[in-house]
Design a protein around this ligand. Structure first.
Ligand code: NDP
Length: 336
């Protein structure tokens, strides 16, 4: 196939609100001798794009957004012998909100059957990053035990619905879901949450009381807290003795500096993990992707892709997402 010189991509050149986003022509990347060029088909939306755009996570600019995709290899470097043109793949990388992405052949890449359907490519693009996050965190950030009580914030979000399912079905834990609407909580319940807390119509004190009540006064074994600033105090208040605060996101803003002495009264542990630190080695990536897709293929884990947008509608999708209007996962269809 002929590879064009330019392509459509979603990028920004300065930090700011959504009005800094551009959907325009950029150069198709040149590949090095050890790289492959992937023609993308679907790419998943993740909250990290917001942190890059706003400047919370500094990054070199111009920056093409996107952290995961599926597609087909259309070119390989002269020293690449493990991947071939025509292979279908799923992968985690920057710059996937574009028609073509350069990727190192030695990187973590999921090979898909050559006859993988578009539906399968969409599913993988919607499952990879958030699925691996939920799966690695429940073993590695805190190894959840049977019958543990676990608090999950943003429980109807992309990662949240996966946590609810994995914690309840795989780990046999009791999930306390925390979300801003009854509609979201209903979904979390369908995904396995046993207890529901609506953050919009309860006070901090009521939330603490309810969680202590649910746990017989003991508090939760861990809080998987992706909301950050707005929920950190709740997490610290309801995690029980020897419990773990898994702080893994900043949807409401970063967690303010925490005095270590606040951990003493309950012998708490705090972890602030990133997915990439759990799948750095090939063996780790392979182990967890194999487990993830076994769970998905066997029907044990459902990927809630709530909406698919054409890539050019990125700003509309991000506005809904950042405005807390979405549930589950959002995926982009890349123009071919
Ligand atoms: P979600 O689908 O969960 O969307 C974010 C949700 O956060 C919203 O729907 C909303 O749910 C909640 N929220 C609470 N306060 C705010 C606020 N002020 N503004 C916006 N949203 C708010 O997103 P993802 O599943 O993509 O990601 C969830 C979190 O996990 C993010 O913080 C992300 O950064 C983090 N993450 C971290 C990873 C890591 O490696 N550390 C990897 C992947 C994700 P509600 O209305 O119910 O409160």
């Amino acid at each position: 196939m002929t590879i064009p010189k330019t392509q459509k991509a979603v990028f920004f050149e300065e930090n700011g609100d959504l009005d800094v986003i551009k959907y325009d022509d950029v150069l198709v990347p040149e590949i090095g001798e050890g790289d492959v060029l992937i023609k993308n088909r679907y790419a998943g939306l993740n909250y990290i794009e917001t942190y890059f755009r706003t400047g919370l996570y500094p990054i070199e600019k111009p920056h093409i957004l996107g952290r995961e995709a599926t597609g087909e290899i259309v070119k390989v470097g002269s020293k690449v012998d493990n991947l071939k043109v025509g292979e279908k793949v799923g992968y985690l990388s920057t710059a996937t909100f574009a028609q073509y992405t350069r990727f190192p052949a030695t990187g973590n890449i999921l090979r898909l059957p050559s006859d993988a359907s578009d539906e399968k490519l969409k599913l993988v693009a919607g499952a990879l990053l958030q699925g691996l996050t939920a799966l690695t965190f429940i073993y590695e950030a805190y190894d959840v035990q049977r019958n543990d009580y676990i608090l999950v914030t943003a429980a109807a979000g992309g990662v949240g619905l996966l946590l609810c399912q994995l914690l309840s079905k795989l780990k046999k834990a009791h999930v306390i879901a925390y979300a801003s609407t009854d509609e979201k909580l209903k979904l979390a319940q369908e995904a396995g949450a046993e207890y529901l807390i609506n953050s919009s119509n309860t006070t901090h004190e009521q939330q603490v009381e309810k969680i202590l009540d649910i746990t017989g006064g003991k508090g939760v074994a861990a809080s998987f807290d992706s909301v950050g600033r707005d929920t950190a105090e709740l997490s610290l208040a309801v995690i029980g003795r020897k419990g773990t605060f898994v702080s893994f996101g900043n949807a409401s803003g970063p967690v303010p500096p925490l005095q270590l002495s606040r951990l003493t009264a309950k012998n708490l542990k705090v972890v602030r993990p990133t997915l990439y630190g759990y799948i750095t080695e090939h063996e780790e990536f392979e182990k967890y992707t194999k487990q993830l897709f076994h769970l998905i293929d066997s029907g044990e884990l459902k990927i809630y892709i709530s909406r698919t947008y054409p890539l050019e509608k990125y700003v509309d999708a991000a506005r809904e997402f950042e405005g807390r209007k979405t549930i589950g996962k959002l995926v982009f269809e890349i123009p071919q």
